[in-house]
Design a protein around this ligand. Structure first.
Ligand code: IMP
Ligand code: MG
Length: 171
């Protein structure tokens, strides 16, 4: 693991996550929120976000995949679906590790909307706006980054490096 450069330190991530949690709390004005973690990448971010969220919150998960190695395959596979009874009339926040082409979030927002939630918003730790293929803007963004393939804090390269406490890239 010696060729990894730090892009966003653990301290910076935690600081920003605290701000995001406060921002979300303010927006929902005491209403209950359901955080849906998009597995596997968003687990780390979701846990820290929820631990800093001082309000009524529910955790749910969904699993999709579109990537193999460094390449997006373009089609999204739903590996763990949601249950409509957990979405209907709820304030949903979809939590992702990173937005790249925008395809995953585009798919997920439509998928959730079909289950008649009270509201749907999106929260992402990292955003690579220069890579967008479909038009998409997240409601809550941790950091905007340049076009780099990043790893760590949940993000993998062929399933490795998720456990790094910071976001880095391979030199
Ligand atoms: P999108 O559908 O192209 O927006 O891709 C989103 C998904 O691709 C994310 O949830 C990640 O799993 C994966 N991904 C995109 N960029 C990176 C990266 O730089 N490192 C690791 N995974 C990435
Ligand atoms: Mg992902």
């Amino acid at each position: 693991m010696e060729n990894i450069k730090v892009l966003i330190s653990s301290e910076k991530l935690q600081e920003r996550i605290k701000e995001l949690a406060k921002e979300i709390k303010k927006d929902y004005k005491g209403e209950e929120v359901t955080f849906i973690s998009v597995l596997k990448g968003a687990i780390f971010f979701t846990v820290d976000l929820m631990k800093n969220y001082e309000g009524d919150a529910i955790l749910d998960v969904i699993r999709v995949s579109s990537y193999e190695g460094e390449k997006s395959t373009g089609n999204i596979n739903l590996k763990i679906p949601l249950k409509e009874e957990n979405i209907k009339n709820k304030n949903i926040i979809l939590v992702e590790d990173i937005v790249d082409t925008g395809r995953t979030f585009n798919f997920l927002v439509d998928y959730v909307k079909n289950m008649n939630p009270k509201s749907v918003k999106t929260c992402v730790m990292l955003d690579k706006p220069s890579r967008r293929v479909v038009d998409f803007n997240a409601d809550y963004v941790g950091f905007k980054i340049e076009d780099l393939f990043v790893i760590g804090y949940g993000l993998d390269y062929d399933e490795k490096y998720r456990n790094l406490p910071y976001v880095g890239y391979i030199k």
